[in-house]
Design a protein around this ligand. Structure first.
Ligand SMILES: [Zn+2]
Length: 222
């Protein structure tokens, strides 16, 4: 194994773990009780614990290329996402489910590339079909990509509602769905307002006036 990686493991054992030994032991003794199922992109620039100020025991995490949710299909060949959803909702009883997309998502960009660009990556090409309905009939631009990222987040949330455990939880008021669009270069997270279908800045989502008139960047979903 890469020496550098092993060195980092040793550092965790020596420096990090001793500081949080009791917390870790409590998490083992009492079991995990995360409140949130976080579905995010595999992109290395997304660090869910940093974004949400959380640590061990707080998030049940599923990550995949493009933060995508396949249509509900209990007999389908890819139950990975469904397994995590069922376990999180029915066994762990999470309250919140987040779909977190992000700016400059390679999965979304790939949707606008010629099919032959993915010729050597057939599984990736198939997987990306789960976001294809979000694609806009326009020439690709940074603006189109940001809008497609947001449209895909909404699409995945809609698919999530096709999972019976999620639909039942939402109907009971026990589960809440959230769409986040992380703008990496700005250090901001735009939050989906389900009533308007718009992604708004966190201060707007919290009901506070935006800091700076034009600062509340919200992109209209179209
Ligand atoms: Zn991504």
């Amino acid at each position: 194994m890469d020496d550098e990686l092993v060195k980092r493991l040793a550092r965790f054992e020596r420096s990090f773990f001793p500081k949080y030994r009791e917390a870790y032991r409590r998490l083992v003794k009492e079991g995990q009780h995360p409140r949130t199922l976080f579905i995010g992109c595999s992109d290395s620039r997304i660090v869910p614990y940093v974004l949400t100020g959380t640590g061990p025991g707080d998030l049940f995490v599923v990550r995949n290329v493009g933060n995508l949710v396949p249509p509900y299909d209990p007999s389908g060949s890819d139950p990975a996402l469904g397994a995590a959803v069922e376990f999180a909702v029915q066994s762990l009883r999470v309250r919140d489910i987040v779909i977190c997309g992000h700016s400059h998502c390679g999965a979304i960009r790939a949707l606008y590339e010629e099919p032959q660009a993915l010729r050597d990556m057939p599984q990736l090409a198939r997987w990306l079909d789960h976001a294809r309905d979000a694609v806009l009939p326009v020439t690709v631009s940074e603006e189109a990509l940001r809008r497609t990222e947001q449209r895909s987040i909404v699409l995945q949330l809609e698919r999530l509602m096709g999972y019976p455990a999620v639909a039942a939880g939402v109907a009971k008021g026990a589960v809440f769905l959230h769409g986040w669009h992380y703008i990496i270069e700005e250090g901001r997270i735009l939050v989906l307002d389900v009533e308007t279908g718009r992604f708004v800045a966190t201060d707007v989502a919290m009901g506070e006036p935006a800091a700076g008139a034009a600062d509340a960047a919200s992109y209209q979903l179209q």
